[in-house]
Design a protein around this ligand. Structure first.
Ligand code: FE
Length: 205
């Protein structure tokens, strides 16, 4: 069977195995950050008449405005499993949204937020094809919650969607009252880390 073709950030279509190899190279604990152009993205969401927007979720107590602009939240020596999260930000008509703002924040490997500084916090904008790209670590667990990454998303001039992204096959997904199965990342293992995709659909635009 031929490997599936995936789209890179610079618009090229390449075999999935090639991209996976690039990710493996970059995601190693001590290795350099993965080059942003080596990103795989999922197919655009199929547009149906009943499509609804990405659901919102509570902000929680740990959001801080003014996080730095960056696509990688990794820092030298930062413990944790590396993960790349990528996908499209689209309008409800499925048209990708260039220059959409995304602001991510999450706990560290031990389940702690940096409330004094901006570790594991950062904002970015989708590129001109509506793709975002995040390099980070898999967040740790903290009491009362399943594993999650917080995010705010906004199309230019639109309202802010505040939500959370979840991980598949997490035991606490069954007991966390905030968990929403429509917000689960599609996660794949890669040597040295994981790659994940999630497409945002902004209804309020
Ligand atoms: Fe949280």
């Amino acid at each position: 069977m031929k490997p599936p073709k995936v789209r890179t950030r610079n618009g090229l279509w390449v075999a999935g195995v090639v991209v996976a190899a690039a990710i493996v190279q970059g995601v190693g604990a001590a290795g350099p950050a993965v080059a942003p152009q080596r990103v795989m993205t999922p197919p655009l969401p199929a547009c149906t008449p009943n499509l609804t927007g990405t659901p919102s979720e509570t902000e929680g107590p740990f959001y801080k405005p003014n996080a730095p602009e960056r696509t990688s939240l990794l820092e030298p020596g930062m413990p944790g499993t590396r993960i790349i999260v990528t996908g499209y930000v689209s309008a409800i008509d499925c048209k990708p949204i260039p220059r959409a703002w995304l602001d991510f924040w999450q706990a560290n490997d031990k389940g702690e937020y940096d409330n004094a500084g901006y570790r594991l916090r950062g904002h970015q904008f989708t590129d001109n094809t509506g793709i975002y790209y995040l390099e980070t670590i898999v967040p740790g667990l903290y009491p009362g919650r399943t594993r999650h990454i917080h995010v705010k998303v906004r199309a230019p001039g639109g309202p802010i969607l505040t939500t959370q992204l979840y991980f598949p096959r997490e035991p606490r997904n069954q007991t966390d009252g905030i968990f929403n199965p429509n917000l689960v990342l599609a996660v794949q293992d890669a040597a040295g880390g994981k790659v994940a995709t999630f497409n945002f659909l902004l209804a309020g635009r």
